[in-house]
Ligand binder design. Structure first.
Ligand code: GRF
Length: 210
């Protein structure tokens, strides 16, 4: 985050819940040198804490309610339409608990980012933290990746390991994983916004800052 970018990349942040990752991105984007600007927060459900965080930060928000659509493709198209309406060039998934259909991936190819609370390809899906404890792994962590047509599968941008301690509960482990997410996700978004991430097949390389 060395110098201000020529133009901040407009992004929409997609949320479903507490929005602690959204908050970390909001806080990072406060710096004039940050590469991205949050132009909208879009939630698949009303009344969530993430929407309050957006309002407090003065960021426009919108609810595209999952239950209002007949199928995943229609829901995904509506999410993309909402993001387009705010001029977003990328989608940042931050605790967004819905799977986007291929039509969304086609509209934002390698322009949708997600954070997942495990070291993919281990423990994909919505229960990664308790599954890692139940499996007895010693290391889990955070994976930030591009979103493709398969769940928790796209090209990996960055991973951070978190050790599982004896006596960890889902809550204690989740807290340490989230602390890492809050640290690295804003950094990854900044690098992406500055055009530093190069994707070749599954391989993502980080170019030096210019
Ligand atoms: C994060 O841990 C993320 O990895 C997972 O859902 C959680 C969302 O938390 N996909 P928050 O809404 O950002 O607080």
């Amino acid at each position: 985050m060395a110098h201000p970018p020529e133009r901040r990349l407009p992004v929409a942040v997609l949320v479903s819940g507490s929005g602690s990752n959204l908050q970390a991105i909001i806080d990072a984007a406060d710096a004039p040198s940050y590469g991205a600007e949050i132009v909208a927060v879009i939630s698949d459900r009303p009344g969530v804490r993430a929407l309050e965080r957006a309002a407090t930060a003065g960021i426009p928000s919108e609810v595209v309610a999952w239950k209002d659509f007949d199928n995943r493709a229609a829901f995904s198209a509506a999410i993309c339409d909402a993001a387009d309406a705010y001029g977003a060039d990328a989608l940042i998934l931050a605790g967004f608990m819905r799977i986007l259909a291929p039509n969304a991936i086609a509209r934002f190819p390698n322009r949708i980012l997600n954070t997942h609370p495990a070291l993919l390809p281990a423990f994909p899906g919505a229960h990664a933290v308790p599954e890692a404890i139940a499996h007895g792994v010693k290391l889990t962590g955070v994976t930030i990746h591009f979103v493709d047509e398969e769940v928790d599968h796209g090209p990996i941008i960055r991973q951070v390991a978190v050790a599982i301690e004896s006596g960890d509960t889902e809550a204690t482990l989740q807290a340490r994983i989230q602390a890492e997410e809050h640290r690295v996700y804003p950094e990854v978004i900044d690098a992406f916004a500055r055009g530093r991430l190069e994707v070749l097949g599954r391989a993502v390389t980080w170019k030096e800052p210019v």
